[in-house]
Design a protein around this ligand. Structure first.
Ligand code: 13P
Ligand code: SF4
Length: 360
């Protein structure tokens, strides 16, 4: 296999990552928890939270009959829910995905400026140019992209299905143009043993995990297993006992018998890992300094923009405030983006059933 990096793509020089919550803000979160709970129940809203949101937001989802999951599961649950108001606590592409799949529902987000560095790495205008240079390639876009980028893709995929989809496309003799995460692109190429044209994007959190420091941690915690999300570098992936999406990493901790885990993904996942395995120890993998990125540990700065006060405002603010929280996707973009998203959901269902037709 070979990974062909696309080199002439304009990337942000710097990711201006918002500061994580202060101690005072966290204290306020606790105080607003009960109010947020009443508010969700009163409005008959469904709270769908990603594993990377704060423990308190995940608890709010649990205590209001909501859902916590990885990005694929969030898309599926949003689409299947009979409720007409959905609050998506995560980053913007997750809210947009919910709107694309359920245009009739009101999709609200605590903070519409919750970006993702992968989404920021991938401008639709650049993709149009690159597509024109690779007219025969099948465009496979990671879910962590804007609605406009999705509308230009043939397939959308999340990390839980990426290798399987690359394998499937290889079987059909298709050439893959992958975007935007370079590390996941390399992981796919290696594991599906196929050639991939690869966008040079990165996740500021997963790209910051440091292989040498994690190798040192393994000495410090003998017997510990290493859990890695495939958005990390090949050097970090090489140290892993399990590589997978957030849900796959969580599932591994439930069936595995180690007592300690070094976790190379965002720290929000600790809430569910610890809840499922109260007797086990979970330690955050070491991160290094990267130019233009200011992180405080393995903490996604955009996920941290979600808060109780903003969830309350989504549902009970003034009309003007509420409008700041509602996700809109232009209809022409939505219709085009829905096709590759539905393809992803059909592929996922067919994989589960163990029977993937050749013509999806
Ligand atoms: P998952 O699909 O594993 O939930 O990952 C989403 C994400 O943003 C990883 O950084
Ligand atoms: Fe994006 Fe990385 Fe944050 Fe996930 S952890 S939402 S990939 S910036």
């Amino acid at each position: 296999m070979s990974l062909i990096m696309l080199k002439d793509i304009a990337m942000p020089q710097e990711f201006v990552t918002p500061a994580p919550m202060t101690a005072a803000q966290q204290e306020q979160e606790q105080q607003l928890f009960e109010q947020a709970k009443e508010c969700i129940l009163a409005h008959k809203a469904l709270l769908i939270a990603h594993y990377y949101t704060s423990p308190l937001i995940q608890r709010l989802a649990e205590e209001t009959g909501g859902f916590i999951g990885d990005s694929l599961e969030m898309a599926r649950v949003g689409k299947e829910s009979p409720l007409s108001t959905i609050v998506v606590a995560g980053v913007r592409f997750m809210g947009e995905t919910a709107k694309i799949l359920s245009p009739e529902k009101t999709i609200l987000m605590p903070d519409l400026s919750a970006e993702c560095s992968l989404d920021l790495c991938c401008a639709p205008s650049e993709l149009k140019r690159v597509k024109a240079e690779h007219p025969h390639a099948t465009v496979v876009a990671y879910a962590n992209t804007s609605a406009e980028v999705k509308a230009l893709a043939d397939w959308i995929v999340t990390s839980s299905l990426a290798v399987e989809l690359a394998d499937y496309l290889k079987g059909r003799g298709e050439e893959i143009l992958w975007l935007p995460d370079r590390h996941l692109g390399s992981y796919i190429a290696q594991n599906a043993n196929t050639d991939v044209y690869c966008w040079p994007g990165r996740c500021v959190v997963h790209d910051s995990f440091e292989a040498a420091a994690i190798a040192e941690m393994k000495k410090q915690y003998p017997g510990a297993k290493v859990l890695v999300h495939p958005e990390s570098s090949a050097e970090v992936v090489a140290l892993a006992d399990c590589v997978g999406s957030t849900s796959q990493l969580l599932a591994f901790t439930k069936k595995d018998d180690a007592q300690t885990y070094i976790v190379a993904t965002e720290r929000g996942i600790f809430y569910k890992m610890q809840q499922a395995n109260p007797q086990k120890q979970f330690v955050e993998a070491a991160i290094g300094v990267r130019p233009g990125v200011r992180l405080e540990g393995a903490n996604c700065p955009w996920m941290s923009l979600n808060s109780m006060a903003k969830i309350i405002e989504c549902l009970e603010g003034t009309a003007e405030q509420k409008a700041q929280h509602e996700v809109h996707v232009p209809e022409n973009v939505r219709v085009d983006a829905m096709k590759p998203l539905n393809r992803m959901l059909a592929f996922s269902a067919a994989m589960k059933a163990g029977n993937v037709p050749n013509d999806l």
